[in-house]
Design a protein around this ligand. Sequence first.
Ligand code: NOJ
Length: 538
Amino acid sequence: MKKTWWKEAVIYQVYTRSFKDTSGDGVGDLNGVAEKLDYLQELGVDMLWLCPMYKSPNVDNGYDVSDYRDIMDEMGTMADFDNMLEGIHSRGMKLILDLVINHTSDQHPWFLESKSSRDNPKRDWYVWRDKPTNWESIFGGPAWTYDPKTDQYYLHLYTKNQVDLNWENPEVRRSIYDMVIWWIEKGVDGFRVDAINHLKKDYTDMPNPEGENYVPAWEKMTNVEGLQEFLTELRDETFARYDVVTVGEANSVKAEHLAEWISEEEGKFNMIFSFEALESWNTDQDADRNVVRVKKIFDQWQKKAHGIAWNSLYLENHDRPRTVSTWGNDKEYWRESATALACMYFFMQGTPFIYQGQEIGMTNAPFEDISMYRDVETLNFCRYQQLQGVPVDEIMEKIKKISRDHARTPMQWNSGRKAGFTEGQPWISLNPNYTWLNVEAQKNDGRSILSFYKKMIALRKSCECLLYGSTELAEVNCPDVYAYTREYGNTKMLIVSHLDSDGCSWSLKGKGQLLLANHEEITEGRLQPYEARVYLLD
Ligand code: NOJ
């Protein structure tokens, strides 16, 4: 497998809005990112993925861009961006931006022109129809909104303020490529490409919208025939001309299709986020945690990728509840389960991503009332469920499990005022556990989750086997143990994560040197609740 800088990197996802506010308006900003670069460097991170910081009305927290070449007011200025980028590069780190190119804000000048009249030259930059199809949007409600002025409907797979660009139009594609090149020339090192498998549409009605075989719009609008041609052109006109790294957000891609997406030969991206493994593990804490199924899916991806492709490794992002609260146990085994889950994914083949706060074991927010939630998807969900007559209690139970806001509460830096996040009023409430769960409290504690992440990063970097070795599931007698080996030349390593609150019997076949563990006492023949170990095998 070809060795490359981004394969050896550890990437940290910054949800800029909730990371660090320096202006006092309660919203995280670019100067805040710049201020925390030393923290990230000390953690061992090589690259940052910055969630959208472009000019935006913020209906979907920046995933509704109104100017691709400017910075949103709350986050600072282009000079702040340049200063942050300088700070990143001067530390030998790199930066990837979030590229939101399936849709723009309805406030983008392109759309304002497009909707101004039927014969405006930009009319065809978006999708307009006299008669809408029966599609539903991903965030609930119809995917078409009526515009009375021009008496037509426009398409939006997300909210009505996130209007889908018409990728069939070559001028649209050219404008996007020019913008991408503009950022690369400015010095960014790559992109996480948002919602990329929705670019191509199939404009027919949904089958059976009401009945059992109901297919939600996003499923029908995903990976449509012809998409790969768009992606090929995007790659060839932009990324392929530079030494940058790309990660496509590619829902519903299965392991058997990974070659066309990420293989060195024909891939359109260096890596993707495909969600198959994450989604196979229910986010409902009371649900059956099916480690066996998760192992099977990760294993398929590892096997199919080995030798031909690389991929991303991740547990969390800004769209999902916190894993320590869903897959783990954020009460009795908070520290143990956060570190066991970390150990499980971090040493597979691929580039690991850490979502802000994951490295200190941040948990779901105990928001009881709908007024505490900010996420447009959550609020829409609430509205549409109410319209369908679902009782409020039931809706709230669901929201408390699935809301994206769980991952968006402010970063917990210390136990002081507003957790060290802001001098002002945070745009979303803090998780009240910041008084004990914070960076400051973990920084000098060798047993903390933060220290464990530092050790994992250092270990991964110290050993080629953990970077380029082959991955093989190891047989274990207990279904809740996730164990796998990495092998490279004469080196073989074993990673064992026990993902349950019970103990279980287990023994190491042969001999090994223990390199990392999340429990202090190691018992022969037994794994304790959420115990994780990494061995160098003889
Ligand atoms: C995926 C992003 O991660 C999510 O936050 C956003 O709402 C949608 N794409 C729409 O851009």
